[in-house]
Structure formats: C-alpha cells, structure tokens
Design a binder for this molecule. Structure first.
Ligand code: CUA
Length: 204
C-alpha cells in the first residue's frame, strides 16, 4: 500500500534533521549500545548465565557414551523402573540422557568437585531444571551440551523437565544426589538405602 498523494517534495531526505528527531535517535542509539554491552557484562559479572560448550552428536553416539558410564559406575538402582544410580569418579565427565519421558540415569556427585555435565536429548526438546537451584538448561536433540558444574551443597535434588515435550511431560522428573566426600558408594548411605528398599518389599 502507498499513500494516495505523492510527497510534496520528492527528495525529503535532504531536509535538515530536526533537533527533537536527532535527540531521539541519539537516545535510542545510546540505549542500544548499553543493552549490547550489558550482554557480555552480565555473562561475566551477573553470575546468572552458564558458560557452556556444545558439540554435534547423534542419539546413538550419545547413548553409547552414557551406557559406558552406566556400565562402569552404577552403584544401585532406584524405583520399580530400576533406574541406575551412577557415581562417576569425582571431577570427571557425567552424562545424562533426556528422552520421552525420563531422565536417565540418576547421577550421584560429590560435593566440592568440578564435573563436566553432558546433556543431550534422544528425541525432542527437553529442559533440565534443577530444583531447588535456579538452573534451567535447554536439552536439544543432535547437540551435546557440556556444562562445568561444582555442587556446593549436599542433598537430594529434583530434576524436572521444563519444556513441554508431550503427553508425559509432567512425569519427566528424576533425582540428582550430591554427597559429602567419601560418602555414598560403599558408605552408610548406600547400605541404609538397601535396608529401606528391602523393607519396602517386606523382606528382612
Ligand atoms: Cu521432557 Cu517435558
């Protein structure tokens, strides 16, 4: 669409800039630059954005890497689905699979150790949300995101899918354990867990 009448002066862009117009352009430019430089500033000083690496990966290759870790470092299983709880060596690589509608496996990490957490999806887009921490990471199929994390507080965390991924989205929840140094694998926690689970099944 165009206006009904042609402009009275064809070459309108040669007119001198009005003071008000110039002021608004200057304000807009300064604000744009402020927002632009806030992005790197906030990344470094805001303690909010994660520094991550991302690599292309196929579901098969990622599944294989995760399976290798599970085969080596599983310490027990949980729930009736027998989800392996994996305790990889402190400071190493840990893999977590997101798929409809499960997080696999369950990770058990040591407090105060830096881990490289790998996240990828086997099917559609999911989102790794760690509660009660304020952590929310998109998990995308075809890409392997790597995040260097250091758990600072021991306890049982919840992993929640935060991206609508279909009919079972609300059931896509799991746990993540952070244990004190030297605890877990053969320590009291594991033994206690075994006793509790035996009791659940009515065994002695
Ligand atoms: Cu996975 Cu929602």
């Amino acid at each position: 669409m165009s206006s009904i009448l042609p402009p009275s002066t064809r070459v309108w862009w040669n007119q001198p800039l009005d003071r008000v117009e110039g002021t608004w352009i200057a304000i807009a430019l300064i604000w744009c630059l402020a927002m632009f430089f806030m992005m790197p500033y906030w990344h470094i000083f805001g303690k909010q954005n994660l520094s991550n690496e991302a690599y292309r990966v196929t579901a098969e290759a990622y599944g294989k890497k995760t399976q290798e870790m599970v085969d080596k470092f599983t310490v027990r299983t949980e729930t009736e689905l027998k989800v392996p709880v994996v305790r990889p060596p402190a400071g190493g690589d840990v893999y977590l699979i997101a798929r409809m509608w499960q997080w696999w496996p369950i990770l058990e990490l040591e407090k105060g150790q830096a881990y490289r957490l790998h996240l990828s999806s086997m099917d559609y887009m999911h989102s790794f949300s760690l509660q009660p921490e304020n952590l929310n990471i998109q998990v995308v199929p075809g890409y392997e995101g790597v995040y260097t994390i250091t758990p600072t507080r021991a306890g049982k965390y919840s992993v929640v899918c935060n991206e609508f991924c279909g009919i079972g989205h609300h059931t896509m929840v799991s746990n993540l354990y952070v244990v004190e140094k030297g605890q877990g694998r053969t320590g009291d926690d594991g033994a206690k867990d075994k006793v509790e689970r035996k009791n659940e099944r009515g065994e002695k």
